[in-house]
Design a protein around this ligand. Structure first.
Ligand SMILES: Cc1cc2nc3c(=O)[nH]c(=O)nc-3n(C[C@H](O)[C@H](O)[C@H](O)COP(=O)(O)OP(=O)(O)OC[C@H]3O[C@@H](n4cnc5c(N)ncnc54)[C@H](O)[C@@H]3O)c2cc1C
Length: 516
């Protein structure tokens, strides 16, 4: 905290989450006939109308969402929360909502950071949240083909626990792992921390079962097909606007029994990016390959605190590292020999680049703390800090320019009276042709208008991203990125998405206001 205060000039104050009872919740706008029809499908105990339940599903987990729960901005509750039991009930709920013109927001773990689960009504007189928490089953496993079919509401740790009895894993570990669901991963084209080894979630999806107002749609009969465009990929990433995913069949792999994680330090961002590009293009990326820029490395070092920080800095200085960039490398397999061979190949590819090894302790420390960031976010907000993340991706030739442009935009828009925000960046997903960039921003909060403060900064960052990269590498479009979609996919692209929506959801009841 001392380090943060020195960097950003934080003041001491406490702005905790406001109790739910302080938020006015409008009475449910569901008509009596719609409510009765929904009760007939899922049962009265699974149509939640209480203020607390509705407020609890009023949004996701972005900084703006968290601010709303602290009394800034408008918190909009849905008119009801529905808890269907299985895919058939989801289908009947969708048909019932279509008949009554009610908006439907599919809700998995609610970890969206782009407004994907905001309870927007659109043109509908009422909106319900369809919480998939009761769709929590592993439906079938095909160990020969290495396939597993899950209901959409299974949260990631449960999916791994259910597969463990079969000796299998999905290997999809985003930072939201503890809360996010299989359906949510598919709906948002999620990317996990070990994406270099296991692939992005869309690479793992073999089949989907989808409830739409037109009826149920099932896709996926073979590992590859030339039967026209891959329509599974139309559902994957559709963010609940084309249908509600009720089951997902994913590719699975044997659970790794050997894991080796370690830290390596490079001198400066350019050398770090060059190292990751070299690994990607030589096709020897570790399963986890994560490069922190100098600021993020400084944050990591400073948070480890005490004598260790000073000792590591001295150690690196003595080895000629002036601007440390931490590279975490992690390999996983069922065979120690395979891990050894792959690690050797990775390190061999780095030989021409100056590196200083920090050993396994640095890698294991990162692995142990990999889900801690979000918890620190809440604690920082309690102290009056503006703290948010955003991400993008681009080709290698534009990567450093994109990092500079986004950093400059965030620093310019969030600097107040000489107090400069911390803007840290890392690469956590690398490809032969390019990589993602993930930014973490920590700035003193503008208490007179915290919502406006971040809206301005986010708009500046998006404008900087526009000419150089994608508006989102894995957080999806939701509400927040929707204004930027046409610039990326063109008006023809938007028209194609609209045509699909018109076909599957003619009355536009599904997830109003998201994606398109
Ligand atoms: C702290 C934190 C860290 C994160 N880290 C990562 C990360 O490392 N990698 C990453 O990819 N993302 C990350 N995210 C973003 C988020 O976790 C992902 O978008 C995730 O895939 C959402 O899953 P969910 O089950 O929580 O979906 P939700 O948030 O509930 O929903 C996300 C969107 O998908 C729709 N949806 C959900 N379920 C279904 C369904 N069954 N059928 C149709 N539509 C559906 C929703 O309507 C919404 O539009 C992070 C978020 C947080 C808060």
């Amino acid at each position: 905290m001392r380090w943060l205060r020195a960097r950003t000039g934080l003041a001491d104050r406490s702005t905790p989450v406001a109790p739910g009872s302080t938020f006015p919740v409008a009475p449910s706008a569901l008509s009596d006939s719609a409510r009765e029809a929904l009760i007939a499908v899922v049962g009265a105990e699974h149509v939640l109308l209480g203020a607390a339940e509705r407020l609890g599903r009023s949004g996701g987990m972005s900084y703006m969402d968290l601010l709303r729960h602290r009394g800034s901005g408008e918190l909009t509750a849905p008119d009801a929360v529905l808890l269907p039991a299985d895919p058939d009930q989801v289908q009947r709920v969708i048909e019932c909502c279509a008949a009554h013109g009610i908006g439907v927001v599919p809700f998995g773990g609610g970890t969206s950071v782009v407004g994907g689960v905001a309870a927007l009504r659109g043109e509908c007189p009422a909106v319900v949240v369809l919480d998939l928490m009761r769709l929590d089953k592993l439906v079938r496993v095909d160990p020969v083909s290495r396939l597993a079919t899950f209901q959409a509401g299974v949260v990631a740790p449960d999916a791994e626990r259910l597969l463990l009895t079969h000796g299998l894993t999905i290997g999809h570990v985003p930072q939201s792992f503890e809360r996010a669901t299989i359906g949510g991963f598919a709906a948002t084209r999620s990317s996990g921390q070990a994406s270099a080894g296991y692939g992005r979630f869309e690479d793992m999806v073999e089949g989907v079962r989808v409830a739409t107002p037109r009826g149920e749609w099932r896709l996926g009969v073979a590992p590859a097909s030339a039967a026209g465009p891959d329509l599974r990929q139309l559902v994957v990433g559709s963010e609940g606007t084309f249908g509600v995913i009720t089951e997902v069949t994913v590719r699975v792999r044997p659970v790794p029994t050997v894991r080796r994680y370690e830290g390596v330090v490079l001198d400066g961002w350019a050398a770090g990016a060059e190292a990751v590009r070299t690994l990607a293009q030589a096709r020897v990326l570790a399963d986890v390959t994560r490069l922190s820029d100098p600021t993020e490395t400084e944050v990591a070092l400073s948070l480890s605190g005490g004598w260790k920080t000073a000792a590591v800095r001295r150690y690196l200085r003595l080895r000629g590292i002036g601007e440390p960039c931490l590279l975490i490398l992690g390999w996983e397999d069922t065979s120690a020999a395979v891990v050894k061979t792959r690690r050797a190949a990775t390190l061999r590819a780095l030989r021409g680049i100056r590196t200083v090894g920090l050993g396994r302790a640095a890698g294991e420390k990162w692995r142990a703390g990999r889900f801690a960031g979000p918890r620190q976010r809440d604690a920082l907000m309690d102290l009056g800090v503006c703290v948010e993340t955003l991400e993008t991706a681009t080709y290698w030739s534009s990567l450093s320019a994109l990092r500079e442009a986004v950093r400059d935009a965030l620093v310019d828009s969030l600097s107040v009276a000489g107090r400069v925000p911390v803007v840290a960046c890392h690469v956590s997903h690398a490809y032969e042709t390019g990589a993602s960039l993930y930014f973490t921003v920590i700035a003193p909060r503008a208490d007179d208008d915290p919502v406006g403060q971040w809206a301005k900064a986010k708009a500046a960052a998006c404008a900087a991203i526009g000419p150089l990269g994608t508006i989102t590498h894995h957080h999806a479009v939701g509400v927040d990125h929707a204004p930027y979609l046409a610039a990326e996919i063109g008006t023809i692209g938007v028209d194609v998405l609209r045509a699909v929506k018109d076909t599957l959801d003619p009355d536009w009841i599904l997830n109003p206001g998201k994606l398109i």
